[in-house]
Write a protein that binds this ligand. Structure first.
Ligand code: FAQ
Length: 314
C-alpha cells in the first residue's frame, strides 16, 4: 500500500476504521499500545480495590466502588477496540493478549506497581494518577484510529470524575487534623515521581514516538505532556497547602514553565523489568482471579450458547 498516502490521510485529521487498509506497523503499534492501555486499566483496579473495605465512610466507599468499576469498563472498551485490529497476520484476541500480560510479555503502566499504604494514597491516585492519565488521554482522543479515539472520549469523561474525587479526598484531609495533612503530604511524596514517569521515558529514549507521531497515534511527545502536567499540578498542590517533593522545582519566567529535577529513571527501568515494589503481587492477584473465576466465564459462554440455540431452534 502507498504509505505516504496513508500518512497524508491521517495528517488530514481523518479516522482509520477497522476494515480500512492500513500499514502493518500501524496495526502492530496500535495492538501494542491499546492492549497495554487495557492491561493498565484492569491492573489499576488492584491498588484502589485494596481500600474499598476500609473507606472511611459509606459515601467514600460508594465513590471508590464506582471508580474501580469504571476502570473495569475502560479495560473492556479498550480490549474491544484492540480486537477490531486482529487479522490473519495479527493476533488481537483479548484472551491471548491478557495471557501475554500474565506471562510478563506485555507491559502495563509502571504506576500500578506501587502500594497504597494509607487512605491518602487513594486521594493521591485520583488527583495525580488519573490526572496524568487524563492529560495523556485527552491528546489520544485525537488519535487516528476511530475505535481507540472514540473509546478515549468516553474514558476521559469518567476520568474527570475520578480526578475530582481524588482531589476532594485530599482537600478533606488537608483541612482536617495535623496528622491527616501529614498523611496527605506523605502520599504526595510517594506518588509524585511515579506519576511523572507514567508519561514514559524522555523523548530521546522513546523508541516508539517517531513512528507513533508520524501515524498520528500520539500527537504530543512524552516530555511535552509531562511538562504540562507539572505546570497544572503545582498550583493545585499549593491550593492544598502541600509541598511538591522536588527541590529543583522553580517557575521559569523565560520558558513560561516550571523547571524540575531529574526523574528517578533507574527506578522506572527496574519497575519495567518486573522489580517494582508490587509487580509480583499484582500478577499473582490477576492469576488467582483468573483461576478462581474461570467458572463465571464458562457459565456465561454456556448460557449464551443455550440462548443462541433456542433463538434459532437448533
Ligand atoms: N509504564 O517509546 P515509548 C490509567 C514503555 S491508564 C510501563 O515512549 P509509547 C487509568 C513503552 O510501552 C495508564 N511501560 O512508548 C487509571 C515502551 O515499551 P514497548 C496507562 C512504559 O508507547 C487510573 C517503552 O517503555 N495509560 O492510569 C511506560 O510511545 C487510575 C518505550 O516507551 C496508557 O496506557 C509506563 N509508564 O509511549 C486506571 C495510555 N511508559 O511497548 C486505574 C496509552 C513507557 O515498546 C486507576 N499509552 N513504557 O515494549 C500511551 O499513551 C503510550 O503508550 C505511553 C508510552 C505514553 C504510555
Amino acid at each position: 500500500m502507498d504509505i505516504q498516502k496513508f500518512v497524508d490521510y491521517v495528517h488530514g485529521d481523518n479516522k482509520v476504521e477497522p476494515k480500512d487498509m492500513m500499514p502493518d506497523d500501524y496495526r502492530q503499534l496500535l495492538v501494542r499500545q491499546i492492549s497495554q492501555h487495557a492491561h493498565s486499566e484492569v491492573v489499576g483496579m488492584l491498588p484502589e480495590a485494596n481500600w474499598i473495605s476500609r473507606a472511611p465512610s459509606l459515601r467514600r466507599k460508594m465513590a471508590l466502588l464506582a471508580k474501580v468499576q469504571d476502570e473495569a469498563g475502560h479495560g473492556l472498551y479498550l480490549y474491544a477496540a484492540t480486537e477490531t485490529l486482529g487479522n490473519g497476520n495479527m493476533i488481537a484476541d483479548r484472551d491471548a493478549l491478557y495471557e501475554d500480560m500474565l506471562a510478563g510479555k506485555a507491559k502495563y503502566s509502571s504506576i500500578f506497581n506501587y502500594p497504597t499504604l494509607s487512605w491518602a494514597d487513594i486521594g493521591a491516585i485520583g488527583w495525580l494518577v488519573d490526572g496524568a492519565a487524563i492529560m495523556n488521554q485527552v491528546m489520544l482522543m485525537g488519535n487516528s484510529y476511530g475505535p481507540y479515539s472514540r473509546a478515549m472520549v468516553r474514558i476521559c469523561k469518567e476520568e474527570s470524575f475520578h480526578q475530582r474525587q481524588g482531589y476532594e479526598i485530599l482537600m478533606a484531609l488537608c483541612r482536617g487534623t495535623k496528622q491527616q495533612k501529614e498523611m496527605a503530604q506523605i502520599a504526595l511524596n510517594r506518588f509524585w515521581w511515579p506519576a511523572l514517569m507514567m508519561f514514559g521515558p524522555p523523548d530521546e529514549h522513546s523508541s516508539n514516538s517517531r513512528v507513533s507521531m508520524n501515524y498520528r497515534v500520539k500527537r504530543e511527545t512524552n516530555d511535552s505532556l509531562r511538562q504540562r502536567f507539572i505546570d497544572v499540578s503545582v498550583p493545585q498542590a499549593e491550593f492544598l497547602g502541600l509541598r511538591i517533593p522536588d527541590k529543583s522545582l522553580k517557575w521559569n519566567e523565560e520558558r513560561g514553565h516550571y523547571d524540575f529535577g531529574e526523574l528517578p529513571w533507574s527506578e522506572f527501568q527496574e519497575v519495567l523489568k518486573g522489580n517494582g515494589p508490587c509487580n509480583k503481587k499484582r500478577m499473582e492477584a490477576k492469576r488467582k482471579a483468573q483461576r478462581e473465576n474461570e467458572w463465571v466465564k464458562a457459565a456465561a459462554v454456556a448460557f449464551s450458547e443455550k440462548q443462541i440455540k433456542e433463538e434459532h431452534n437448533l
